[in-house]
Design a protein around this ligand. Sequence first.
Ligand code: 5GP
Ligand code: ZN
Length: 112
Amino acid sequence: MTDCLFCRIAAGDIPADIVARTDTVIAFRDIAPKAPVHVLVVPFAHVANVTEAAAQIPTVLAEMVQIAQRIADAETGGEFRLVFNTGPTAGQSVFHAHGHLLGGAELTWDDA
Ligand code: 5GP
Ligand code: ZN
């Protein structure tokens, strides 16, 4: 989708600080980090949210979790929070499924 920010980043049309990629998933640093490590884990396929990902591309969703673990192993000692904001009232602003990988500090529920 050409009008989707994360499709455009995945296609390389918009630059991002990419930390991992496979054939189906790309991970890049959030432009406005809320933790020392804040990486967005994104499927190449355009699905609106994590629930659609679970229904339509479940193996890719599993791969997203595995990539989050791999990044955490490299950057946060293996521990992390993975957040999927789903819907505007939950804070979702980009309607292409993505997990926020957060870590690198002691997180509380006051953090994102
Ligand atoms: P959401 O609010 O949909 O859960 O998460 C969207 C995230 O995308 C936000 O944390 C926001 O900071 C991040 N973001 C928005 N625009 C850009 C961008 O152009 N590049 C990157 N790397 N992150 C972005
Ligand atoms: Zn998209």
